[in-house]
Design a protein around this ligand. Structure first.
Ligand code: ADP
Ligand code: MG
Length: 322
């Protein structure tokens, strides 16, 4: 299949955005997807390069605490310092842990956090780190997340301004993506619940009624409005701020390129939430060849189908962010 056949060339339909405030030029973008080996690091590294080439300053944070290998995708050694050094105050500023990548305007940071309970640092510690990350004087901070749906992963995903979910065009991977997005949604609900009663109210509103299946969150909000308009409004705000964007990786057939739209439509139908679709990346031998050569894909094979698709994903992301 030729890249020109890609039906995702046009930017994804833009879901309505809530009126959340955002820092002027600074965006934090998380790249997740629940599973390992699906291309999160491929997307992170090459999106970072694409954004830097367009003139943006970018920090890539390797937040895959168990399997940090973003440096290999970029062809540089592991950064000598990590977030640990900042958390333990061995360095004063977060800037001090940033390492060059050999690519102009693109820096790499290791997310290793030995000083914290690495598997699950306290929420307050994560928040503090995230505040510092958001305060970095760069245009983009990209978080390459680890596998799984632990609170650690989900909290970084949710703290970002935009969350990308990478999936493969296979039923198992699509299921994992659903699971990841659902887990992120319920974690968001938990984190934003104003009090303990709130979550219970929502659970009741979501529960199946009159022989029907589980209510969609928007139906639940509607239902809740009758008894508790204030809780309904809070719930709607939580819903409105949740817009994961899909990236399909390793597309091989024409149908694979439609998977993102199909998944987004199914999610809308059954769960009532808007997902964006940034595009599909072709399966391309140049990807694993680049990893073996320890060179970034966009440098080793800039004209290949995967690199070209990644550039389009970057353009679609920028269009969505605007
Ligand atoms: N589009 C692709 N075409 C061919 N191989 C790919 C593609 N995307 C990923 N791969 C293979 O999968 C491996 C894992 O990708 P990676 O980005 O490291 O996944 P993750 O970060 O999700 O664990 C790569 O090293 C490469 O061999
Ligand atoms: Mg990875």
């Amino acid at each position: 299949m030729e890249p020109s056949d890609d039906p995702t060339l046009a930017p994804a339909a833009k879901p309505k955005r809530s009126g959340r405030s955002k820092p002027a030029a600074r965006r934090v973008i998380a790249i997740g997807g629940g599973k390992g080996g699906i291309g999160k690091s491929l997307v992170s590294a090459n999106l970072g390069i694409a954004l830097a080439r367009r003139g943006a300053s970018v920090v890539l944070l390797d937040a895959d605490l168990g399997g940090a290998n973003l440096h290999t995708c970029l062809g540089v050694p592991q950064p000598p310092r990590s977030l640990s050094d900042f958390v333990a105050k061995r360095v004063d500023r977060l800037e001090d842990v940033l390492a060059p990548t050999g690519i102009e305007r693109l820096q790499l940071a290791s997310g290793a956090m030995d000083e914290l309970d690495a598997a699950n640092p306290k929420h307050s510690q994560k928040n503090k780190l995230l505040r510092h990350l958001k305060a970095l004087d760069v245009d983009y901070v990209l978080l390459d997340l680890g596998a799984g749906t632990s609170f650690n992963v989900l909290d970084f995903f949710l703290a970002a301004d935009t969350g990308l979910v990478v999936l493969l065009p296979e039923p198992t991977s699509i299921e994992n993506a659903y699971r990841f997005i659902k887990a992120a949604f319920f974690r968001r609900l938990q984190l934003h619940a104003p009090d303990e009663g709130f979550e219970q109210l929502i659970a009741q509103a979501l529960a199946p009624r009159d022989g029907a299946g589980m209510a969609t969150p928007w139906e639940a909000a509607e239902h809740l409005r009758q008894t508790s308009p204030e809780a309904a409004a809070q719930f709607e705000q939580i819903l409105a701020g949740f817009h994961p964007l899909l990236v399909v990786n390793q597309a091989r057939t024409r149908a694979d390129y439609d998977v993102g739209s199909t998944v987004a439509a199914a999610w809308k139908k059954f769960f009532g939430l808007d997902l964006g679709y940034l595009g599909a990346i072709a399966h391309d031998d140049a990807v694993w060849q680049a990893v073996r050569a320890r060179r970034p894909l966009l440098e080793l094979s800039p004209d290949g189908p995967a690199a070209q698709a990644l550039l389009r994903v970057a353009e679609n992301l920028i269009a969505w962010e605007r």
